[in-house]
Design a protein around this ligand. Structure first.
Ligand SMILES: [Zn+2]
Length: 496
């Protein structure tokens, strides 16, 4: 790009003004008509996705015959083999595995959380009091009892409790409050509920997630420093319901490791209210989750060879692994299907790409990123230049557009009116994705692109048992696949 821009500037210096103007108009007209011609390809792509689409059927197979695919699990391995033979059946130029050692954490069979409160028990006789703040509990028909089982699950990576762990609960709503209580010794020996809720005023729900996810990831480390014995984390969701959402969390060697659970948002509201009313509110929890030795797994890749630049690549994909709750349908089965379908559509409409196109299903994004690191490492070792990389990891919802690095943004903007026609003209600065980040570190010229679908329902199901095939809409998924195919086409046409 830089070289071409430099040539234009130096040539124009010597040309008479009239000639320069004519050249400019000619360039603009030819660029416009080129984009118009491209828009006819976009139509073909859309038609193929919506009429002969394969993404929905294949996602159904993945979700219902393989199911969840936590790195290192037997199911993930079964999935990796399924992925290879499925992609192989489409006759792409090549389909291959990249072996990757992945970490292995298991949830175990025991996973329970109870609370006991005589105050709650007395109140429950006349139904759940309204100030407990969620209709979700109304359906439960709780009866007076010594203790109540509540909806929670281990956070990914947590240690077990080694039997039943009991303690008093204390609720914290933000980081400042945590440090204040911690410094005053109030968290010592306590089970701490980190209850920072999503800010519902955000239009982009990923902004809410970004603001809260630190409590899930670093909560156990921060609280262990203050002597807490376990951490409960409010699920990362916009909904008030009874489904806990798991996700990764960290430990560091310099502080003790304490068990960590996610509690459903309705449970977090209830515990918060109960803690105010009953100073003797008690929690008991049990988990037998554990870490096992690393295991061999693989990235799965399907490739169409480039006609002009066979050794330059555009990689696009999602992560094949998922959490063990649900079926990893939106996260990130949908992203994998977007990429596969984009490669299939481009082949099916007879498009001959200039660069080599790679659909990549990275392994271990959720709890290690080992697949992404290995992919970038091998790309470097093999001298594979990646001119661009796109990731779809925000679910299979109605597509809205893309986030793009600056060079890609510059050549995509002229297409905006054509993209707007399909509702995919949102173009945001700064492309990225966890799995494609390492490619940028290899080569700062690699243009990163993030696929942006509508975000309103993503955190209803993210990392929860509700992320199942039934939560995916066929047309939304197909539109997303077409959007990805269109963007790959734009990248392929405009990069050298
Ligand atoms: Zn994901």
């Amino acid at each position: 790009m830089d070289e071409i821009a430099y040539q234009n500037v130096s040539l124009s210096y010597f040309y008479p003004v009239k000639f320069r103007l004519a050249t400019l108009i000619f360039t603009m007209v030819s660029t416009l008509s080129a984009q118009h011609a491209d828009s006819l390809i976009f139509e073909k792509i859309m038609e193929e996705a919506l009429i002969k689409g394969e993404s929905y059927q294949r996602l159904g197979e993945l979700c219902k015959t393989i199911g969840p695919r936590l790195s290192g699990s037997d199911q993930a391995e079964k999935g990796v083999y399924w992925a290879y033979s499925m992609l192989k059946s489409y006759g792409f130029d090549s389909v291959f595995h990249q072996p990757v050692m992945v970490p292995r954490w298991e949830r175990g069979k025991v996973e329970s959380l109870f609370f006991s409160s005589s105050v709650f028990s007395k109140k429950i006789k006349s139904g759940i009091p309204a100030n407990y703040n969620c209709e979700a509990f109304e359906e439960q028909k709780l009866k007076p009892s010594k203790s109540y089982k509540i909806q929670a699950c281990a956070l990914g990576g947590s240690i077990g409790t080694k039997g039943v762990l009991q303690g008093e609960i204390i609720v914290v709503h933000n980081k400042n409050e945590m440090h204040e209580l911690g410094k005053n010794g109030k968290l010592k020996g306590k089970i701490v509920l980190l209850n920072q809720a999503f800010y519902e005023g955000n239009i982009n729900t990923f902004a809410s997630y970004g603001a809260c996810v630190g409590q899930r990831y670093m909560g156990a480390v921060d609280l262990a420093k203050y002597g807490a014995i376990a951490v409960l984390v409010r699920s990362m969701t916009n909904r008030c319901d009874l489904h806990p959402h798991t996700g990764s969390m960290a430990y560091v060697d310099s502080v003790p490791k304490i068990p960590a659970m996610a509690v459903a948002s309705a449970v977090a509201n209830l515990l918060d209210q109960m803690a105010k009313e009953d100073p003797l509110l008690k929690i008991s929890m049990q988990m037998d989750c554990k870490w096992l030795p690393d295991r061999m797994s693989a990235n799965t890749i399907a490739q169409t060879n480039g006609s002009l630049f066979p050794n330059k690549f555009i990689a696009f994909g999602g992560h094949f692994d998922s959490w063990d709750e649900g079926e990893g349908a939106h996260d990130d089965g949908a992203g994998c299907m977007h990429a596969f379908e984009a490669l299939r559509i481009l082949k099916s409409i007879g498009y001959i790409p200039r660069h080599s196109l790679r659909c990549v299903w990275w392994i271990n994004e959720e709890n290690g990123l080992r697949g992404a690191m290995e992919y970038a490492k091998l790309a470097k070792e093999n001298g594979e230049i990646h001119v661009a990389a796109l990731e779809s990891d925000r679910g299979g919802f109605t597509p809205r557009g893309f986030s793009l690095d600056s060079a890609a943004m510059a050549f995509t903007i002229p297409y905006k009116k054509y993209l707007d026609a399909y509702g995919i003209g949102t173009l945001e600065k700064g492309g990225g994705g966890a799995d494609i980040g390492p490619l940028k570190r290899n080569d700062p010229n690699t243009q990163l692109v993030g696929f942006i679908p509508d975000s309103q329902r993503y955190f209803d199901i993210h990392h929860a048992e509700t992320d199942v095939f039934e939560s995916v809409n066929k047309r939304e998924l197909e539109l997303g696949a077409a959007a990805v195919a269109i963007m790959i086409y734009i990248l392929d046409q405009n990069l050298d």
